[in-house]
Each structure stands twice: as structure tokens, then as C-alpha cells.
Design a protein around this ligand. Structure first.
Ligand code: BEZ
Ligand code: FE
Length: 267
């Protein structure tokens, strides 16, 4: 069998790193058996990807795959909670229910081409998020299926506008082997609040990314280390009665803006 030019040096490096750790820490046979049992349990619990996430490998591999250049929007990992086929809606776009609990939040922006910032009319946006207390629809029996998951097209000028609620921070699944590992090494499972977004347009590389919010308590301590400076936006709070009236609301609301800048497909 022919050896793979790419695999051989990677396996060599991994083996060298493991030998170094075993020697430096004088790992014993019972400890190594425990480690192997943990890896077996990871597979049974289908948590290999989650392990990759909390070790920061998923983000590193995402960066290697979709390296960001110039003014392009940085990519980010998809995470385990994406569901293809969210309801496709037309403006006015609302991600949640009419009476969705939490702080209403209006987000607007454009989908643009990297370089000349030409608007990409009709680009498809696919957004998913948790509710105000950090629960996705499938984790919360009080939310209808597909709640806070929508697809919609940018307008003729590449613009979009949506209404939603400010999502809450949340802990990643922590009742399996990965959660035990985090606890054993004194780490928490929290992620800062975020929107997940996929954006696609003909002739451009599809983008998967996340948007975070300034002031989030976990912004600088994300358990999957995925926060990037170009993906953090301020949310402006509005509570003046005239502003509430103009939006037809009886409680404070927030506004934010984000432009998605896509890289042309290489021909
Ligand atoms: C998420 O943001 O949905 C996520 C990403 C990685 C691990 C767990 C959750
Ligand atoms: Fe998420």
C-alpha cells in the first residue's frame, strides 16, 4: 500500500507529541487505560466533534479551511445545532413568535462582495439562534419546532432586516464524557450568546459564521474559543417612549447592524 504524503508526517507529529506527554508526565498503565476507556466512551456518546470543539481544534481547522483574507467576513464553526430546511420567509422577517419572550432585537445590514462591496441581491441567509434564556427549539418543549430558525433572501439592493429577540448565553452539552473532562480540568461549558448564520450567493463561496454581542460575560472565555473580533457587534438599547411607540412596542428593544462580505468563487 502506498503511504500518503500528507498523512505520514501528521501521524508522526501526533505520535511524537503523545510520547512526549507520556514521558514528561510519567503516565502509568492504569492512567492510560482510563484515557483509552474515555476515548471509547466518546465514540459511544457521539461526542468526538464536541471534544474537538472544546479543544479549539474545530475553530483551528475551520480557519485553515476557509482562511479569511482582506475585508471578507470571518467564518466560524457550524456547531451541532444547525437544521437544514428552516422555513423560507419573505419580508418582514421575524425569527421567533409574535409574543416571543425576551428583549426584541432588530438587526439590519447588507450582503456584499469582497473587494468592491457590490451588493449581492437575492443572497440567501439562513439564521438560527437560542431563545432569551439560551435554549434552542429542540431543547425546550415550550418552543414550537423551527422557532428562531428562518431562511430569507436579501433584497434587490443586497439589504436585509429582521426582528428577533436577544439570545442568551448557554452551556454546551455537559452530561457526557466531554462535560466530565471539562469539570476534571476545572473548565466551564459556557458559550457567549450568538446568532449562527449561513449566507450564500451565486458565484460566491458560502459563508458559515456567528455574530456575538459586545458586553457578553463570556465573550472572552468562550468554551469553544470561537469569538473573532470581526464578528462582535454592539447592540444599542432603546427605551424612550417615542422610540417604543415608533416600533409599536411596550418594552425596551435593541438594534444592531452587520454586513456579510463574501469571497468570489475562484474560476
Ligand atoms: C453552538 O454554538 O451551537 C455550539 C458549538 C459547538 C459546540 C456546542 C454548541
Ligand atoms: Fe450555538
Amino acid at each position: 500500500m502506498e503511504a500518503s504524503d500528507r498523512l505520514v508526517p501528521i501521524v508522526d507529529d501526533l505520535v511524537r507529541a503523545l510520547h512526549r506527554a507520556v514521558a514528561d508526565h510519567q503516565v502509568t498503565e492504569p492512567e492510560w487505560r482510563q484515557a483509552l476507556a474515555f476515548l471509547t466512551e466518546l465514540g459511544t456518546a457521539d461526542e468526538w466533534v464536541l471534544l474537538s470543539d472544546v479543544l479549539g481544534i474545530s475553530v483551528a481547522v475551520d480557519n485553515n479551511t476557509y482562511h479569511q483574507e482582506g475585508d471578507e467576513t470571518p467564518s466560524n464553526v457550524q456547531g451541532p445545532f444547525y437544521r437544514p430546511g428552516a422555513p423560507l420567509v419573505s419580508p418582514p422577517v421575524t425569527l421567533g413568535r409574535d409574543d416571543e419572550p425576551g428583549d426584541p432585537c432588530f438587526v439590519a445590514g447588507s450582503v456584499l462582495a469582497a473587494g468592491d462591496h457590490r451588493p449581492l441581491a437575492g443572497a440567501l441567509l439562513d439564521i438560527w439562534q437560542t431563545n432569551h434564556v439560551g435554549l434552542y427549539d429542540h431543547e425546550d418543549a415550550s418552543q414550537p419546532e423551527w422557532n428562531l430558525r428562518r431562511r430569507f433572501h436579501a433584497g434587490e439592493g443586497g439589504g436585509y432586516e429582521l426582528r428577533t429577540v436577544v439570545p442568551g448565553p448557554y452551556e454546551i452539552p455537559k452530561h457526557g464524557p466531554v462535560g466530565r473532562l471539562l469539570a476534571a480540568v476545572g473548565r466551564h461549558a459556557w458559550r457567549p450568546a450568538h446568532f449562527h448564520v449561513k449566507v450564500s450567493a451565486d458565484g460566491f463561496q458560502p459563508l458559515t459564521t456567528m455574530i456575538y454581542f459586545e458586553g457578553d460575560p463570556w465573550l472572552h472565555d468562550d468554551t469553544i474559543s470561537s469569538v473573532k473580533p470581526g464578528l462582535v457587534i454592539p447592540l444599542a438599547k432603546h427605551d424612550r417612549p417615542d422610540r417604543l411607540r415608533a416600533r409599536g412596542l411596550d418594552r425596551r428593544f435593541y438594534t444592531g447592524a452587520f454586513d456579510f462580505v463574501l469571497k468570489a468563487t475562484r474560476r
